[in-house]
Design a protein around this ligand. Structure first.
Ligand code: PA5
Length: 475
């Protein structure tokens, strides 16, 4: 998609933090002075990210993804064309960062009932992301796909994640039993040199593979082949997605939080965390954006939830991300947000122009409770409810701010993803933690290895076997 400078400006994603300020929120809000107290920390975080961007050894290679993938993108587009021509189904096998990004982009940029559309109305094969090892889900996926007509994109940096490798073992076995050559049905996205998928590829005689770059961790991987290949298969314009990310990157070059959208969000969240707001609600007013909340939840939780600072001091920081959907959760969660404990800050994702407006017809003229709706559009209704909820929260002294997307498309989604990635990088630097590791996740992975008898984990297995439930506490 070619975008003029004027169109880019019109599609610029912006942050409105009016409802965090004391001017609008009263005593529960933050004065300019209070925010400014942390301004030097924000500037230092900005400088840290600017100085270290692109450094693989710090896992900051993700900052360069909008710029350094021309060849890879060309290759991905060719592969995507082949996949679309050859297969009826495209299944992502992966978990965490390898699954949440592809799910989010699919939901944001494709028809909300994509898989139910006839082939002629879809740009690509039917699409599934399998990010669990629930046996029922596995069996029921196999009820709706024919493995002979399916391409499986196995995404794993380590190739050692039990969930993804279990799925791989199952589909490889099924493909062999169906008389198919496994190599013709799989594409690997993995580490360049290390990891089991590299070995498996060699054993199979060279599987089509994409590299999950060294300096890119799972939760920062949506803009590398992890997310780009599935998106391209779906007919999503990946070049424009990357252009959107680059555009946001440019907007975030300045160290003044009033001009840098990602730094502004990081600073507001940092002040809120210091103020005991341990819960961050992400509430998009758009079904297309609903899985942005899931993707963001991993990014924010795994990156910031840490028990040690970079200097090794105990800190136990982070903020619990909560997912909500406007307007649906107005009828479920908003009561708590408005009147419950003052422990939250709400981020709204608002849309300026929905791709459908859907007029509401006139009717029920004798019932004023209903007839007033006629003549409006569903777009007007959802936007009014978004505004009304922000207003009600503000009136109740509840912190909330809004990220505005003029439209939901590749350019704005690219901006939004990069905004959140930079926001997380800034927030991690402000909290002085290692944003890019996840020792808490690794601990669970290792305990699973031990329980299932992986060689080298015998000691841990003994300990786990001994950790039986105490009958005294079973009711
Ligand atoms: O963000 C992360 O690093 C994790 O969520 C990983 O993506 C997840 O654990 C899967 O790991 P792998 O890619 O090695 O299979």
């Amino acid at each position: 998609m070619k975008l003029s400078e004027e169109r880019r400006k019109a599609l610029r994603v912006t942050v409105d933090y009016t409802n965090v300020t004391d001017k609008y929120l009263g005593a529960k809000g933050y004065s300019e002075g209070r925010i400014n107290k942390y301004k030097s920390i924000a500037r230092a975080a900005h400088a840290y990210v600017a100085e270290n961007r692109g450094k693989d050894e710090l896992f900051m290679g993700w900052t360069e993804l909008p710029y350094n993938q021309d060849e890879i993108v060309a290759d991905i587009l060719n592969t995507a064309k082949f996949v679309r021509k050859t297969f009826d189904n495209f299944v992502v096998l992966g978990i965490g960062g390898s699954a949440l990004g592809p799910t989010m982009a699919f939901n944001a940029l494709c028809h909300l009932h994509y898989n139910d559309l006839p082939k002629s109305k879809r740009k690509g094969p039917r699409f599934y992301v399998e990010d669990n090892v629930d046996p029922v889900r596995m069996k029921e996926l196999l009820d709706v796909i024919d493995v002979k007509k399916t391409c499986f994109n196995v995404i794993s940096k380590s190739g050692a994640t039990s969930e993804t490798m279990t799925q791989y073992l199952i589909i490889a076995d099924l493909l062999k039993k169906a008389g198919e050559n496994v190599k013709d049905h799989v594409i690997f996205t993995t580490d360049a040199a290390k990891g089991n998928l590299v070995k498996i590829s060699e054993e199979l005689g060279g599987v089509k593979s994409y590299v999950l770059p060294d300096g890119v961790g799972g939760r920062f991987s949506e803009l590398c082949p992890v997310g780009l290949l599935p998106a391209a298969v779906l007919g999503i314009d990946i070049k424009t997605l990357l252009k959107g990310a680059a555009y946001m990157d440019k907007l975030c070059k300045v160290s003044d939080y009033k001009k840098n959208p990602a730094l502004c969000c990081a600073l507001i969240q940092f002040v809120a965390m210091r103020d005991g707001k341990n819960i961050g609600v992400m509430m998009p007013y758009s079904d297309n954006l609903r899985y942005v909340s899931d993707w963001y939840a991993q990014l924010w939780a795994e990156s910031l939830g840490k028990n040690l600072t970079l200097r090794g001091e105990e800190c136990n920081v982070g903020q619990t991300p909560v997912k909500a959907l406007g307007v649906t959760d107005q009828h479920s969660q908003v009561q708590l947000y408005t009147e419950g404990p003052y422990d939250k800050i709400v981020t709204f994702l608002s849309v300026g122009s929905y791709k459908e407006k859907f007029p509401i017809p006139h009717g029920c003229e004798n019932i004023p409770d209903v007839s007033f709706l006629g003549g409006h559009t569903m777009e007007e209704l959802i936007q009014a409810e978004n505004k009304a909820t922000a207003y009600a929260l503000t009136k109740a002294g509840r912190l909330n701010y809004t990220i505005n997307l003029p439209e939901v498309n590749e350019f704005t989604l690219g901006q939004l993803l990069f905004l959140f990635e930079l926001q997380t990088a800034y927030a991690g630097a402000m909290l002085n933690v290692n944003t890019y590791n996840q020792p808490g996740v690794e601990a669970g992975k290792k305990a699973t290895f031990a329980l299932l008898g992986k060689p080298g984990y015998a000691e841990q297995k003994k300990e786990l076997d001994g950790a039986a439930s105490d009958y005294e506490y079973i009711v």
